[in-house]
Design a protein around this ligand. Structure first.
Ligand code: SAM
Length: 230
């Protein structure tokens, strides 16, 4: 397990909408869009992923798998939404290099969710790297501190948030092998979302049995990709 791996030189920086993100100097990339971490997370993952999946359905329980848990921004926005809607959320995040709790505490993300949820996240984050934790009566979280290709799990998910670094900086996350390994954990009828869209990614997902949609992208990106497993 990599949970004590420290990445040297990580810096918390501000993005265009005032929300913070982390810059990883080794990869040369931010954890979120420089046009706005919050707007990207809300648009790509919460709205185009989870809320799209839940729309018009009376669903009481949903499961999400995230590739690249990082700061947990996608998680806490989803958890806050599910708590408000009384929807049970079973969330699993894959993260090869889990951040230290103090780094998460420095993001300022507590202002985007309820105080109770944030406090529970801070209290249980470290435990979630080794077992499933309940943040309230609706929200269960577990982080698998492992590289994507080593991830194995005995469950499939309704929604997948694919939030790897860009293919220009981390091409191994966007290979046919990595995408197939991810989609193996998607239920039939489940939804895969990511902030990027390329011809290659569309072809790989189609070959795995997905229907592809081009969706308007977050600020600074014309389009993003949503795929539904048929
Ligand atoms: C774009 S950032 C994700 C940001 C994150 N979703 C957030 O809200 O903070 C990409 C993440 O993928 C992680 N990562 C890098 N290589 C990985 C791998 N092989 N398997 C799983 N995660 C990986 C990085 O450590 C980083 O946290």
């Amino acid at each position: 397990m990599n949970q004590n791996l420290q990445i040297p030189g990580l810096q918390i920086i501000e993005t265009a909408d005032g929300s913070k993100t982390i810059f990883n100097p080794q990869v040369g990339e931010n954890y979120h869009s420089r046009n706005g971490a919050l707007q990207e997370s809300e648009h790509v993952f919460l709205n185009s992923g989870l809320r799209y999946y839940l729309a018009d359905k009376s669903i009481e329980e949903v499961s999400i798998l995230e590739v690249g848990f990082g700061t947990g921004l996608n998680f806490i926005l989803s958890a806050n939404f599910c708590t408000l809607k009384s929807v049970k959320l079973n969330y699993v995040g894959i993260e090869a290099y889990p951040l230290q709790r103090d780094m998460l505490a420095g993001t300022g993300y507590e202002q985007y969710v309820s105080t109770a949820l944030w406090q529970a996240f801070m209290e249980h984050y470290s435990h979630s790297l080794t077992r499933q934790v309940n943040l309230n009566s609706y929200i269960a979280l577990q982080i698998a501190p492992t590289p994507l290709l080593n991830f194995t799990w005995g469950q499939q998910f309704d929604v997948i948030y694919f939030d790897a670094f860009a293919s220009a900086n981390q091409p191994e996350m966007w290979t046919a092998e990595a995408i197939a390994h991810t989609v193996r954990y998607l239920k039939n009828g489940g939804v895969f979302v990511t902030y990027a869209i390329t011809g290659n990614l569309k072809r790989m997902l189609k070959a795995l049995g997905c229907k592809i949609e081009k969706v308007p992208g977050a600020l600074g990106k014309r389009e993003m990709l949503r795929a539904t497993l048929l």
